[in-house]
Design a protein around this ligand. Structure first.
Ligand code: 6R9
Length: 570
């Protein structure tokens, strides 16, 4: 087969000799980059902020370069270190202790990042939530985690059903200074708080982060990460993000998603690099403007965004001067080979695909600057990671055979628990392998090729949506009797959400009703979980044990053979 190959970058990279590095690599070698290696005292907030704030050569460097349509702000490492100290003091005043869950439900803003690190400095566990979440999504996560403190805004507080959250003791509102009469006001509290804080030293295996993510069954699960993950955030920051002292880095992901924490917060700041934070939703021109205005050098984004830029056309791009941009990466869904080819032409740069998951905490299979790219492939495992394709019993399969993409258990940033659900956690592991739920194959040269999800999880514009959550919301609507939800392939968004429903007695099909049902999910759960297409059927296919046969719905939708339907209910 004639395969297109994009040669490795010619600069002198640390990982030039990939195979040699892989063979000699030990995770312990990364430890020497951290203060705790000498002091024995651990806290990721110290390594990412305070260490730089204590360094005379670093303290006045811009850490956070914030730009939103209505606000521009720069915070140095020293500023951010002090702001987060203040917030840690605010939390202490409200009795927050190590291990408590403190949630953030607010847009990206300087206050978000100060609060986030303030939480970590108390030894508490931070839980960032997407600002797009509606009441039910917020309730499920705050209930499951038993969060005792929530930081949110006057606009979003309406979506927090406080009477159903008995364990939620404290709500802090970030709005106009002083307006939060009946709540604790962020700005008032911060004004009265000290800039000095005795950071809580923790163990590498102590918790720091809870990210909720969707599976194919049940409610979203709380993926629990510990401070030890910093080892891998740091290492991949060097190898994959290719961060250098003078870089201006931009990760477009929201911190409600794991990419927005591991790579929107930790990796750049562990390296002491200037990090651009851009709030709000953006049009293609906003992307280009942000890149140009901030002279961004390293950019981590997602296929959906890149596909939007492709369809926006090359003329638009010509208006901008993006000569500073030197390194681009992508994550979240398959990166189409055409987009990689477009990137070469449009930016004269390679776009480096990276594969990982909320559960894995950091990148695992990637295209390193030092390796040639085979467009369409996710690349190869980073040093320290053993990846393979296994069958359902956990036996390795030979090259070019499709199977479960699996990782040998025990890398630094691996999740340590599913919150309150040990059984779920155990179910990820078979025969020493972490089984990802993705199907893939590996070619003879060790490149991995993504094929699809093996479960029913939907990936729409890079966001994981659990069909069960959407189905549950749909059947709360009085007109809906049953619902089955699938991902339907879509050229720009990867997949869109399609719902099949049956109606209760007394309801007639109409466009108004369908729109009402769509809005019901949108305002009850979240905009990205609302089905773009709804189809009414007399009944929804189920197994004899009552499980919705999404696989069958999908085959119908795509006009594919329906396969084994022996368990289908009459
Ligand atoms: C970081 C993140 C994980 C799922 C994963 C897979 C899909 C992620 C991908 C990719 C193809 C890539 N995915 N990266 N598919 N190529 N480079 O995305 O975490 O939100 O938990 O999603 O996303 O299906 O299993 P998360």
């Amino acid at each position: 087969m004639d395969m297109q190959v994009i040669p490795a970058r010619s600069e002198n990279y640390n990982l030039k000799d990939y195979q040699k590095v892989r063979e000699n690599f030990k995770w312990d070698d990364v430890n020497k980059h951290f203060a705790w290696n000498e002091t024995g005292k651990v806290n990721i907030a110290y390594e990412a902020l305070d260490r730089h704030a204590e360094n005379p050569a670093k303290k006045d460097k811009v850490a956070l370069l914030y730009s939103a349509p209505d606000r521009e702000e720069q915070l140095t490492f020293s500023d951010l270190s002090k702001q987060s100290n203040k917030f840690a003091n605010v939390l202490k005043k409200h009795q927050v202790n190590k291990g408590d869950r403190v949630f953030l439900f607010m847009p990206r803003s300087p206050e978000f990042y100060a609060a986030f690190f303030g939480i970590l400095k108390t030894g508490a566990i931070a839980g960032p939530l997407f600002e797009a979440f509606m009441e039910q999504a917020v309730r499920d996560r705050l209930q499951d985690s038993e969060a005792s403190v929530l930081i949110t805004t006057p606009e979003l507080i309406e979506r927090v059903p406080q009477d159903e959250l008995p364990q939620l003791e404290t709500v802090i509102l970030v709005g106009e200074a002083g307006v939060a009469h009946t709540y604790i006001d962020y700005h008032t509290e911060m004004a009265g708080a000290s800039e000095a804080f005795d950071i809580e030293w923790v163990d590498l295996e102590d918790g720091m982060l809870l990210h909720y993510t969707s599976g194919s069954t049940g409610k979203p699960k709380g993926v629990y990460h510990v401070h030890n993950a910093m080892i891998q955030h740091y290492a991949t920051g060097e190898w994959v993000l290719d961060l250098k002292e003078d870089d201006v880095y931009w990760c477009t992901a929201d911190p409600g998603w794991v990419t927005g924490t591991s790579y929107g917060i930790f990796a750049p700041w562990l390296h002491g690099v200037t990090n651009v934070i851009r709030g709000g939703r953006f049009t293609p021109d906003d992307w280009y403007e942000t890149l140009e205005k901030n002279k961004i050098t390293v950019w981590y984004t997602a296929p959906t965004a890149l596909r939007m830029l492709v369809s926006h056309g090359e003329e638009a791009l010509k208006k901008y001067d993006l000569l500073e941009l030197r390194h681009i990466m992508s994550v979240g869904e398959p990166l189409n080979p055409e987009v990689v080819t477009w990137g070469l032409k449009a930016f004269n740069l390679r776009i480096h695909d990276t594969w990982w998951m909320t559960e894995t905490g950091a990148q695992l299979i990637v295209n390193l600057p030092a390796l040639e790219i085979r467009p369409g492939s996710m690349g190869k495992p980073i040093p320290g990671i053993v990846a393979s394709i296994v069958d359902n019993e956990g036996n390795e399969l030979p090259p070019n055979q499709m199977g479960n993409l699996a990782i040998k258990e025990g890398w630094p940033s691996m999740m340590r628990q599913i919150w309150n659900n040990p059984g779920k956690y155990e179910s990820y592991f078979i025969n020493g392998w972490y089984v990802s739920g993705d199907s893939a194959y590996r070619d003879e040269d060790g490149y991995f090729w993504f094929q699809g999800r093996l479960d029913d999880v939907i990936n729409t514009s890079g966001e994981r949506v659990g069909p069960f959550e959407v189905e549950s919301k749909l059947i709360e609507h009085p007109a809906v009797a049953e619902a089955g939800v699938i991902g339907k392939p879509h050229p720009e968004r990867g997949e869109i959400i399609k719902a099949f429903i049956s109606l209760n007695e007394g309801y007639e099909k109409s466009d108004e009703l369908l729109e009402e049902i769509r809005q019901f999910v949108k305002t009850g759960l979240s905009a990205h979980a609302a089905p773009r297409e709804i189809e009414i059927r007399d009944s929804i296919p189920k197994t004899r044990s009552g499980k919705i046969m999404r696989r069958l719905l999908k085959s119908w939708e795509l006009g594919l053979p329906t396969g084994d339907t022996s368990t289908l209910e009459e």
